[in-house]
Every structure is written in C-alpha cells, then in structure tokens.
Design a protein around this ligand. Structure first.
Ligand code: GDD
Ligand code: MN
Length: 366
C-alpha cells in the first residue's frame, strides 16, 4: 500500500474545458509529495469539460469525475464532491484558476497541526491577500455582499464570500443534510449551518484574473444569494418559496388595482364587473409569469404548450382561491360583525395558502 489518502480537492466546473488540464498540472506541482485526489463535479457542461477531465483521469487515477445530469448549482456541486471522498481533509477550489492552489499545502498543514481547527479559509481580505485587478463595480458588489452577510449571519469572517477553503471531511458529511445548497456561497452555508461555531483560520491569497472561459456570476446568482440569506434567517418560519409567492401575489394586487382604476374612471360603475374580470385576468397572467421565472425557476415551464397548460391551471387554481378568500372573509364578517379587516386578512391568507399549495401541485408539479 502506498501513502494513505490525505486530501481531496473538489473542483466544481461549468464550461471550463480549457482550464482543466492546467489546473491538474498545477495541483500536481502544488501537492507534490502528498497523497491527494482531485474530484471534478461538472454539471454536464456543453463544452465537454467532463470529457476533458475523464481523459486525464484515464491516465491518472488521482483524478475523478462526477458528471451531474439535469442539475445546476455551485453549492450543491461542492457538497456532492465533498461527500464523495474518503480523504479526511477536503478542499474546494474554483476550476478557473482564479484561486491560488499553492496555499493548499499550508491549509493541510494547519489542519494536521491543530486538531481543534475545523476549517482553513483562503481570504482576499487578510493582510497579504487581494482581489487582483477587479473593476470597481465588482469590488463594490462584493464588499456589499460581504457586509450584508457578516451582519445577518454574525459570522466573523474577513471573506465570507470565499469559495476557497479546506475542511475536515466529516464535518461536511454530518452537516450535508442540513445545508441549504442554494446558489454560490457554500462556505457561508457551512459556517452558519454548523451546530457549533467552527474554529477557523484564514490564510491570505490573491484572487487571480480569469484567462479562459467566463464567470457564471449573474443576476440570478445574486438573487439566489439573497434567497439563501433569507432562508437562513426566516426560512423555518416562512419558507422561501411561499414568501416569494406571497410577495408576487402582493404585486398582483397592485396590478389588479392599476388595471381596474382607469376602467372605472372611463366607463364608470357600470363597468365594475367587466373591469374586475379584466383586471383579475391581467393580474393572474402577470403573476403566472413572475412565479414561473422566480418562485419556480428550478422547474420553469417552457415552450408554448407547457406555458399554456400552466397558465390555464394557474387561472383555475387562483379562481377557486378567490372564491375561497371571499367566502371565508364573508363568513367571518357575518359571524363576528365589525372586524372586517381581520376577516378580510384571514380571507387573503387562506386564499394565498390555497393558491400556493394547489399551484405548486398542479401548475408546477411535475
Ligand atoms: N458544477 C457547477 N455548477 N460548477 C459551477 C456552476 C454550476 O452551476 N457555476 C459555476 N461553477 C464553477 C465554475 O466553473 C468555476 O469553476 C467556479 O464554479 C466559480 O465560478 P465563477 O463563475 O468563476 O465564479 P466567480 O469567479 O464569479 O466567483 C468566485 O469568486 C467568489 C469570490 O467573490 C467563486 O469562487 C465564489 O465561490 C467565490 O466566493
Ligand atoms: Mn471565477
């Protein structure tokens, strides 16, 4: 038997085909003399990243590939990779060469030297580290996200946005069922999800410029970050999806009033019923598309056939929901006269729960 496996390096990838061989060569140099393995977790990249990694893996058994089909997501890819190794230590590093692999040995040494240490984090914001040549816009966005997450999560990290760290594998394995696994920020997820505060050490590194391929950080990723923060803070009280569904429902009320008002202004009271129907149809349609793009973006309906079916079922569900809403409010109002506001609110709440429960089952349930 050779030296027992010491450290695994998990590399989440999406369209990084040209970076794969370079990264493996750099890991080989950085981790010389150690027993390591590299695990690429690729979300079926159209550019053939997984094939490129397998090509290397055929010759070098330290390289492994997990190819996920029909899945996307940086956090969940990292978790699956980290749970797939027998090594006691596991690192996560970007596949685009932006993280500095030369500090991996120092990370492993720190963990091996101090048994009470749980995780070592590569930080751009401790002395000696840096953001390379990011433009001002990206620096500002990153600083904002950093402040926000430090405030709400009370995690005293200089670089909570970092995606570059090494941790004891068992911690992740135990924690995995409780991780939110949404979006980009796997480290935050781990640090804030752990039952006890994790003992961490930060080592400086300089974020490199990406030379091949492109970043996947976009508005959707930014939104998922906010969703993940919300989920950590209030997710147990009001689930993320229901919160989004309700917020969009409130927008729908605004749309409804915005359509109804001019109709009544022009045609007067006799147009009330027709105006209500038109306003409700417009509001439901807007809500349908917003929910499809946001609340249910992971099971988004596409193509005119799916969209039409979805729209019809959504309108039917919401129509019944409206009847329930008005019916319940009317009943409460009769039973306990005077408290019309409470009655109306209960009606709205019941309608919202109804719409949410049934549309998640019938409109977006596949
Ligand atoms: N499997 C998988 N699935 N990998 C993904 C996905 C995905 O959906 N999206 C991105 N990746 C991979 C990329 O291929 C790359 O290897 C790595 O994750 C980072 O993605 P980038 O798109 O290059 O991210 P970035 O450079 O904007 O952000 C990096 O810097 C942040 C610091 O501000 C990431 O390392 C973050 O984790 C880090 O926090
Ligand atoms: Mn990158």
């Amino acid at each position: 038997m050779s030296q027992p496996l010491d450290v695994a390096v998990v590399i989440p990838t999406f369209n990084e085909v040209r970076n794969v061989p370079v990264l493996v060569a750099r890991l080989d140099a950085a981790l010389a003399g150690r027993a390591w393995e590299a695990i690429f977790v690729d979300d079926d990249s159209p550019d053939g990243t997984a094939d490129a990694a397998r090509e290397i893996a055929r010759r070098d058994s330290r390289v492994r590939v997990i190819q996920r089909i029909g899945r996307r997501g940086l956090s969940s890819a990292c978790i699956e990779g980290m749970c797939a190794t027998a090594a006691p230590l596991v690192a996560v590093i970007d596949g685009d060469l932006q993280h500095d692999e030369t500090i991996l040995p120092a990370m492993a040494d720190a963990l091996n030297a101090d048994a009470s240490l749980d995780v070592v984090i590569g930080s751009r914001f401790v002395s000696g580290g840096g953001t390379g040549d990011w433009d001002r816009d990206r620096v500002a966005k990153s600083a904002f996200a950093t402040r926000l997450s430090r405030r709400v999560l009370k995690a005293d990290l200089t670089d909570p946005m970092s995606g570059f760290f090494m941790i004891r594998t068992k911690i992740v394995r135990d924690l995995a069922p409780h991780l939110a696994a949404i979006g980009f920020k796997i480290l935050l997820d781990i640090m804030t999800g752990a039952p006890h505060p994790l003992k961490f050490l930060e080592l400086p590194y300089t974020f490199r410029v990406r030379s091949e391929g492109e970043s996947k950080l976009d508005h959707v990723v930014a939104m998922e970050f906010l969703i993940a923060l919300y989920d950590r803070m209030f997710g147990r009280i009001v689930p993320v999806r229901f919160a989004m569904f309700s917020a969009i429902g409130a927008i729908g009320v605004g749309v409804h009033m915005g359509v109804l008002t001019p109709i009544l202004l022009v045609w007067g009271d006799r147009a009330f019923l027709l105006g209500q129907v038109i306003a409700a149809m417009v509001a439901m349609t807007v809500n349908f598309f917003l929910n499809n793009a946001l609340t249910y973006r992971d099971r988004r309906l596409t193509g005119w056939r799916q969209l039409l079916d979805g729209w019809v079922s959504f309108c039917v569900v919401c129509g019944v929901g409206l009847v329930a809403n008005v019916g319940v409010a009317g009943f409460l109002h009769e039973a306990r006269d005077g408290t019309w506001a409470t009655a109306a609110l209960v009606g709205v709440l019941i309608g919202a729960v109804w719409n949410y429960a049934l549309s998640s089952r019938f409109t977006w349930g596949r």
